[in-house]
Design a protein around this ligand. Structure first.
Ligand SMILES: *Cc1c(COP(=O)(O)O)cnc(C)c1O
Length: 388
């Protein structure tokens, strides 16, 4: 049997593979400290679960509109207006199977063979793969730790060609945790407008910020930027709802309509009662978000202090998400070897930088309990000492 060529263009998600290996070792009874997870370790807040249960009891178990429940689209539009300064109505929003599928749908709706999509590295593993699945060409722009792993306006300008269709912006970033300051966002918006390209802003970590940092959505910079912006977001990270599979894309109505047509043939609506949980997440009390953020903030400080005290490792102090991007280059070991040995020898799971498009780095997720963090950092320290 011959599979379609597009299958050969993509590789399975390496982050999911390492998480799976760590889970399998745990199941075997091994005492694994996992820093590989890309999801909050908290349970979904009770009032959100209650709303979904109530929706089930009320018979919200049938097909709904492909673009999402009108009440959820409306709630999302109001959120984007109130919190992000983006003037959207319900028609500007499509509810998708997680933020991941909003990005996939966007690539399908926007990208043609030969279109170039600019992706700064390190990047979230799925961006280049989605572009390839849509027959587009990912244009990877490497960044360095000197710029905080952020693309500069000059780099963006230089990467743009007549074939450029889209720029992928992710702040706060997975895998680095870095955020673009409002000034940096404004400078990038200027380039986007000048070159008249699209930008998709993946804002899934917008609520997980530290040290008083603020998040600016690129679409709120100017009317010209607004016209070229698509916002991807979801409930997974802010409300600890990863398994619910509810996300959304917001932007100009023709794009949202195109995505809706594609989605109507691909998945139809997102699980109906899960959408009612999402409505409760937006309309209900927000203190659960702050409680989780404070827990992340505490762990972040501990983990930064510990890493900085290990000779041979360096890291910045990223202002968002729940990741630390650690520079392991002094050990002179490929990142994949580092992560495999650390897992095999010390039962500590991390993700190699190579899966995010940079060498000499590893991603540490601190979406895990403090006990695991303390034990895991002890083991990491012993591991690095043995190799340096
Ligand atoms: C987790 C994540 C998403 C989307 O996750 P969903 O579970 O599909 O909502 C999107 N972008 C980044 C960078 C992520 O880390």
């Amino acid at each position: 049997m011959k599979l379609a060529n597009r299958v050969n263009r993509v590789t399975p998600s390496m982050t999911l593979a390492i998480s799976a290996k760590a889970k399998a070792m745990k199941t075997e009874g091994l005492d694994v400290c996992s820093f590989s997870a890309g999801e909050p370790d908290f349970d979904t807040p009770d009032h959100i679960k209650a709303a979904a249960k109530q929706a089930l009891d009320e018979g919200k178990t049938r097909y709904g509109p492909a673009a999402g429940e009108p009440a959820l689209r409306q709630a999302i539009a109001e959120k984007l207006q109130a919190e992000n300064g983006l003037c959207y109505g319900a028609d500007n929003v499509i509810v998708t199977n997680g933020g991941k599928h909003s990005l996939y749908g966007l690539m399908m709706a926007l990208i043609e063979p030969g279109d170039e999509v600019i992706i700064p590295a390190p990047y979230w593993v799925s961006y280049p793969e989605m572009v390839q699945l849509a027959d587009g060409t990912p244009v990877i722009v490497p960044t360095t730790k000197e710029t905080g792993y952020k693309i500069t306006p000059e780099q963006l300008r230089q990467a743009i060609t007549p074939k450029t269709k889209l720029f992928v912006l992710n702040s706060p970033s997975n895998p680095t945790g870095m955020i673009y300051s409002p000034e940096e966002i404004r400078a990038l918006a200027e380039v986007v407008v000048e070159a008249d390209i699209w930008v998709v802003s993946d804002e899934i970590y917008e609520k997980i910020l530290y040290d008083g940092s603020t998040h600016l959505s690129i679409g709120a910079v100017s009317p010209e930027a607004y016209d070229r912006t698509l916002v991807s977001n979801g409930f997974a990270k802010a409300y600890s709802m990863t398994g619910w599979r509810v996300g959304y894309l917001a932007g100009p109505i023709p794009v949202i309509k195109a995505l809706t047509t594609i989605q109507s043939h691909a998945t139809s609506n997102v699980c109906t009662f899960a959408q009612y949980g999402a409505i409760a997440a937006l309309r209900g009390p927000q203190d659960c978000v702050e409680t989780m953020r404070l827990a992340f903030a505490e762990r972040r400080q501990v983990i930064i202090d510990r890493i900085k005290a290990i000779p041979g490792l360096t890291c910045g102090e990223p202002q968002g998400a729940f990741y630390l991007y650690v520079d392991i280059s002094q050990l002179g070991m490929p990142s994949l070897d580092f992560c495999n040995r650390l897992l095999d020898e010390k039962y500590v799971a991390t993700v190699p930088g190579i899966s995010f498009g940079t060498e000499g780095t590893a991603r540490i997720s601190y979406a895990t309990g403090m006990e695991t963090i303390l034990k895991g950092m002890d083991r990491l320290e012993a591991f690095v000492k043995a190799y340096s």
